[in-house]
Design a protein around this ligand. Sequence first.
Ligand code: G3P
Ligand code: MG
Length: 244
Amino acid sequence: MIRIPHIIAHRGASIEAPENTIAAFRIAQVRGVNWIECDVTLSADAQCVLIHDDTLDRTTNGSGPIHEHSLATLRTLDAGAWFSDIYKGERIPTLSETLDTLAALEMGINLEIKPSGCDAMLLAERVASEIGNRHDVPVLLSSFDPDVVAAMADLCPALDCGWLVEEIPADWKSRYDALKAAALHVDQKQLTAEKCAEITGEKVPLICYTVNDPDRARTLLSWGVRAIITDNPALMTTAIPPIR
Ligand code: G3P
Ligand code: MG
């Protein structure tokens, strides 16, 4: 699997900047973390945009489902003021502008493919066409949607795609193999020393979200977790020494 750092900033440095914005990605790097996780979905005109929720309401000054708005409309919205006046004017980023920014900053991306009500296979295809031929940004894909994980193995065979789960199914290993996944991304609350040993014993790279407690992060890393995804890169980089 692609080499990844042990700390990845969840939606950017989302504890101190509006999630899934260019500002949050830049601040993650300032805090010493050079990989970010972010969520991609489609606009009504099938453009890849970064936002977590199904609707615009929580993180922008718009409302309603993302996939019912064109890119041109989405780009008029404010995606920063809800968090703080400091970030007024932040826009919903496109995937291509995000990749350009990360390339310039020499950062990597865990791109979570999140259909959020759009056509999942169309999203998979659009992501593949935007990211598949870029060699200037290290990429790890992931998705909760098993059909998307399986599709990415065919659409982007050169890229790794992790399978995201909230709960670890009893038959996780056979399903993981069938999906041709490259890593298992697990809710950290599900993990015990025994479960980590079971997963890493199968030589499956294990990544977990969302870890904001440094003690828990240290424990998870000591159990063989490859990377933790955190809202608080400043705290994690302060508390946890670099792992070579
Ligand atoms: O990719 C890890 C994590 O982001 C998955 O959950 O809901 O924060 O996208 P969510
Ligand atoms: Mg996510």
